[in-house]
Design a protein around this ligand. Structure first.
Ligand code: FAD
Ligand code: UQ1
Length: 421
């Protein structure tokens, strides 16, 4: 059976970036990537696809064009991990051994944990979800066909990727119905399992102003547990009640964000902690029990908001720390600060660019107040980020904006500080 110096599991954002860096370093034949899918999706595009701004095709590229040429693509799923003997078993029967392993398996979407799903997606045109390549294609037609009534947007009771995405599509929908003269007939509701609108106060304050100004009702501690397409009812569990209590809403439009978890294969392995995510050191991304294993992205227990922006920053941390470990140098070389970013699209042509660290402290790149919705940040999201992703991030050449942030701060600091004059 095959052996690789570096084996990467997952050819998504993190897997591609990691494999690219080390395939250039080690050369042809020394890096293997296990990835079952023929197509790589730029998932952040789906917010714009749902709003009719981009086509779903623009979010897709052939996997073969995304994986580094110098690495071997093992086109199947990882089936089990044997970290003691440094082996991964695949669905095609291969057992692959490695010196070093990087796991970037992302998150599994657990639509089936909501009663009535996924069937309701095929039974009711008013039920949609930007989190899946097929269901996102239902979102814009559902926006167009909406004729008034309750429009409900859900947020599940688990960690999710891009925690802002469940409300981005709501602001876009509100804007769309406003422009098409249907806003007066719409009763827009954000039913979230959380107790806050966003985890970082600076941006939460801006969002609270927006929901108030635009007459959007926020119902906190409401978890979607059932969809009844025949009656057009959505059942939510009240998480703030001591007894098991539910609340049923009728809907005319329903955007579902499913519960998410690490992929089952990972949960069933010895690589995870009690919460079911890969157990890594949050500063170095090295596994806490198996030093030759590193994790990147959404599948790890790193306590930051799960985004491609976070993966970009983590790819730099991984390059340095895994690189040092391979060379026998001591860790940490560079510690992750939790940098993550969430472009909160608040309408057609408007975006709040949230950027923050492990402590929920803003870490903004630009010398402007990014908690204000801006057209410039909308263009960053719509036009700049996709290019950055395809040309640099998945090629291992975009490690986030930290360098630019420091340059901007340094420049501004000198201009603004009176003592420097
Ligand atoms: P992924 O990119 O999801 O890749 C995981 C890979 O692992 C997949 O290719 C999968 O096929 C593979 N895999 C799974 N199981 C196995 C197995 N058993 N064997 C082998 N391979 C396996 N991020 C932002 O930064 N900004 C945004 O604006 C933004 N908006 C978003 C909007 C939406 C609607 C969505 C869905 C996501 C958004 N994100 C955004 C989040 C971003 O897409 C993810 O955080 C990022 O892609 C995570 O990268 P990853 O490598 O951890 O996982
Ligand atoms: C980012 O680096 C990134 O990766 C390409 C994203 O993925 C889609 C993002 O959405 C964001 C916001 C960033 C952060 C970069 C800047 C310049 C704010």
């Amino acid at each position: 059976d095959k052996h690789y110096k570096l084996l990467v599991v997952g050819g998504g954002t993190g897997g591609c970036a990691a494999a690219s860096k080390f395939a250039s370093k080690f050369g042809k034949g020394h890096v293997g990537i296990i990835e079952p899918n023929e197509t790589h999706y730029y998932q952040p595009m789906w917010t714009l696809v749902g709003a009719g701004i981009k086509r779903v095709e623009s979010s897709a590229r052939p996997m073969s064009s995304c994986l580094p040429r110098k690495a071997d693509w093992i086109k199947c799923k990882a089936l089990s991990f044997d970290p003691e003997s440094c082996k991964v078993t695949c669905t095609n029967g291969d057992v692959i051994s490695y010196d070093y392993l990087v796991v970037g398996m992302g998150l599994q979407l657990d639509y089936h944990k909501i009663k009535g799903l996924p069937e309701a997606f095929s039974q009711d045109p008013a039920v949609c979800s930007n989190y899946n390549r097929n269901y996102v294609m239902k979102t814009y037609p559902a926006l167009q066909n909406f004729e008034g009534g309750n429009a409900i947007f859900s947020f599940p009771n688990t960690p999710i990727k891009c925690a802002g995405a469940p409300q981005k599509i709501m602001y876009l929908a509100e804007d769309y119905w406003n422009r098409t003269g249907k806003r007066d007939k719409a009763n827009i509701m954000y039913n979230t399992s959380l107790g806050v609108i966003f985890g970082v106060k600076k941006y939460a304050d801006s969002l609270l102003k927006i929901v108030e100004e635009r007459n959007i009702k926020v119902n906190y501690k409401r978890n979607l547990i059932e969809v009844r397409p025949d009656k057009r009812e959505a059942v939510f569990q009240k998480l703030d009640s001591e007894t098991v209590e539910t609340e049923t809403f009728s809907y005319n439009f329903l955007h579902v964000v499913p519960p998410m978890s690490a992929p089952d294969v990972l949960k069933e392995s010895s690589l995870v902690d009690q919460t079911g995510y890969m157990d890594v050191n949050k500063f170095t991304l090295q596994h806490v029990r198996y030093p030759n294993i590193f994790g990147i992205g959404d599948c790890t227990n790193v306590p930051t908001s799960k985004t491609a922006a976070a993966v970009a920053a983590q790819s730099g941390i991984l390059r340095k720390n895994l690189g040092a470990f391979i060379d026998g140098r001591p860790l940490p070389v560079l510690e992750y600060d939790g940098y993550t970013s969430c472009p909160l699209v608040t309408g057609y042509g408007k975006c709040i660019m949230a950027e923050f660290d492990f402590n929920g402290q803003p870490l903004e790149t630009f010398p402007i107040d990014q908690s204000k919705p801006r057209r410039s940040m909308y263009h960053m999201k719509k036009d700049v980020m996709p290019e950055l992703y395809w040309k640099f991030l998945i090629r291992g050449n975009w490690e986030g904006p930290a360098t630019y942030r420091k340059l901007m701060r340094f420049g501004m600091g000198n201009i603004l500080k009176p003592s420097a004059v």
